[in-house]
Design a protein around this ligand. Structure first.
Ligand code: PLP
Length: 426
C-alpha cells in the first residue's frame, strides 16, 4: 500500500514526479467566474485538447478551397477520412483494425449492432442487461424487443445489486446467464457502470454467454479510454462507445463500433445498410444489391461527418502518443489518492457529514470514477462546492460522481477538491 498524505505539499510533489504532467497543458481547463475549475466530469464530457481547433480548421480550410473536390484533394481525403481513425481507435479497445470503425453516434450504433446480433429464435429470445442501465440503453433494448414483437417485460432480464448493496455481484451476472441458459439470445451490459463506476469482468461474462449459446455485447461509453480493453482476445461479439467522455472528442461526437473478426466478414448477418457500408470499388456505380465491405466498416451507413471526426482524430493522436498502459498507471494512482483523501475527510467530519464511496474499492474493478454517497448533506453541499470551482456530477438523492482523468487532472486537483468539500461542510 502506498502511503499518501493529506497535504498540498504532498500533492505537488506527486505532480512534479508525474510522467504525464505535461499533458495537462494540452487541454483547455475551463475558467468560470475567474476561477480555474477543478474539472472532475471527464466521464461526462472530456475537455477540449488545444490541438482540436487546428484539426477542424484544416478541414474547414479544405472545404473552403476545394468544395466537393475535398473528398479526394484534401490532405486527408474525406472519402476515406474514417480510415485515419481506425487503427488508433482499435488500439484503445484492444481490437484489430478490421474489427473497428468510427461512425454515427453511440445509441445509433447499438441499434445497428443489435439488428445483427439480437436474433431471437424460438424460445431463445431473452436479453440480459444490468438493472438501471443508462436510460438510452434501456430505451434501445426495450424497443429492440418490441421490434421483434415481444413485450419487453417478457424478454428483458435485469441483474441488479442485492438488497442493501450498491454494486452488482459478478457471480449474480454469471448465475443469471447460466439460469436463463438456452433461452438467452444476448447479453448487453455497460462495461463500466455509469452510475457506480463498477468495472465488469467482460471476459468471463463473454465466456459465460457463449457457453449457453448467446451473443455478448458491451456498451463501452464509460470504459473506452478509461480502462484496459481486450475485445478481440476476450472474444466479445460486438461493442460500441462514444468519443466525447474519456475520449475528449467534442459534445455529441462520433462513436466507435466493434464487431469481432469471426463475424466481421460474415456477409449473411442481417443488417440495416447504407451506401458507406457498401463495397468501396462499386459504391459509386450506385447499383442495386447491397454488398458489404468486409470488416466493421460494413456497418457504416453514411459518409463521415468530417468535422466531428477531425475532433476525434485530434484526441486519438494524444491517446496514441501516451498509450493506454501509461494512462491506466496514472489513473490508478490518482483515483486511489482521491479515494484516500475523501475517506480521510469523512473520518474527520464523521458526525456532520460522512462519505461512502460506492465504487468498488479494488482498483482492478473500477476506472477513474468514484461515486460518493454524501450522508447527512444533500444538494446544498454540491451547490457549495460548485461555487468553489468544482465541476462534478450530482445524481438525486445524494450521489456525487467524480472522475479524475489522468490526461489532464492533477494530484493537486484531488487535494483542492477535498479542500473545497471541507470548506463547504464547514
Ligand atoms: C453517455 C452514454 C450514452 C449516450 O448515448 P449517445 O447516443 O451518445 O447520446 C449511452 N449509454 C451509456 C451507457 C452512456 O454512458
Amino acid at each position: 500500500m502506498v502511503a499518501y498524505n493529506n497535504s498540498l505539499e504532498f500533492a505537488k510533489e506527486k505532480d512534479s514526479k508525474d510522467p504525464l504532467k505535461s499533458y495537462r497543458e494540452k487541454f483547455h481547463i475551463p475558467v468560470i467566474n475567474g476561477i480555474e475549475t477543478i474539472y472532475f466530469t471527464g466521464n461526462s464530457l472530456g475537455l477540449q485538447p488545444t490541438s482540436t481547433k487546428s484539426y477542424i480548421d484544416a478541414e474547414l480550410e479544405a472545404w473552403k478551397n476545394w468544395g466537393v473536390e475535398g473528398h479526394f484533394e484534401a490532405k486527408k481525403p474525406w472519402f476515406a477520412y474514417h480510415e485515419f481513425l481506425t487503427e488508433k481507435a482499435a488500439k484503445i479497445v484492444g481490437a484489430k483494425p478490421i474489427e473497428v470503425v468510427v461512425t454515427h453516434s453511440l445509441t445509433t450504433n447499438l441499434h445497428l449492432l443489435m439488428v445483427s446480433f439480437y436474433r431471437p429464435a424460438g424460445k431463445r429470445n431473452k436479453i440480459i442487461c444490468e438493472k438501471k442501465a443508462f436510460p438510452s440503453d434501456q430505451y434501445a433494448l426495450e424497443t429492440q424487443a418490441r421490434f421483434h414483437g415481444f413485450d419487453p417485460a417478457d424478454v428483458i432480464v435485469e441483474v441488479g445489486p442485492r438488497e442493501g448493496e450498491h454494486l452488482i455481484r459478478e457471480e449474480d451476472v454469471l448465475a443469471t446467464i447460466a439460469e436463463v441458459g438456452d433461452e438467452l439470445a444476448m447479453v448487453m451490459i455497460g462495461g463500466v457502470n455509469y452510475y457506480s463506476g463498477q468495472l465488469f469482468d467482460m471476459e468471463s461474462i463473454t465466456k459465460a454467454g457463449h457457453a449457453v449459446g448467446a451473443k455478448v455485447g458491451f456498451d463501452l461509453a464509460h470504459a473506452a479510454g478509461n480502462v484496459k480493453l481486450k475485445l478481440n482476445e476476450w472474444g466479445v461479439d460486438f461493442a460500441a462507445w462514444c468519443s466525447y467522455k474519456y475520449l475528449n472528442s467534442s459534445p455529441g461526437g462520433v462513436s466507435g463500433l466493434f464487431v469481432h473478426e469471426r463475424h466481421a466478414n460474415d456477409k449473411t448477418l442481417p443488417r440495416f445498410a447504407g451506401w458507406w457500408g457498401h463495397d468501396k470499388e462499386t459504391r459509386f456505380l450506385m447499383e442495386p444489391g447491397f454488398n458489404p465491405i468486409a470488416g466493421a466498416e460494413g456497418w457504416q451507413l453514411s459518409n463521415a461527418p468530417v468535422l466531428g471526426m477531425a475532433a476525434h482524430l485530434a484526441s486519438l493522436d494524444i491517446f496514441d502518443e501516451v498509450g493506454m498502459d501509461a494512462l491506466i498507471e496514472k489513473r490508478t494512482d490518482l483515483t486511489n489518492y482521491l479515494e484516500y483523501l475523501v475517506n480521510d475527510l469523512s473520518d474527520r467530519k464523521g458526525e456532520q457529514c460522512s462519505f461512502e464511496i460506492i465504487t468498488p474499492k479494488d482498483p482492478a474493478k473500477r476506472g477513474a470514477q468514484l461515486s460518493i454517497l454524501a450522508h447527512g448533506m444533500g444538494k446544498s453541499l454540491f451547490d457549495a462546492i460548485t461555487k468553489l470551482g468544482v465541476i462534478a456530477d450530482w445524481r438525486e438523492p445524494n450521489v456525487i460522481r467524480i472522475a479524475p482523468v489522468p490526461l489532464y487532472n492533477s494530484y493537486e486537483d484531488c487535494y483542492r477538491f477535498c479542500e473545497a468539500l471541507e470548506k463547504a461542510i464547514n
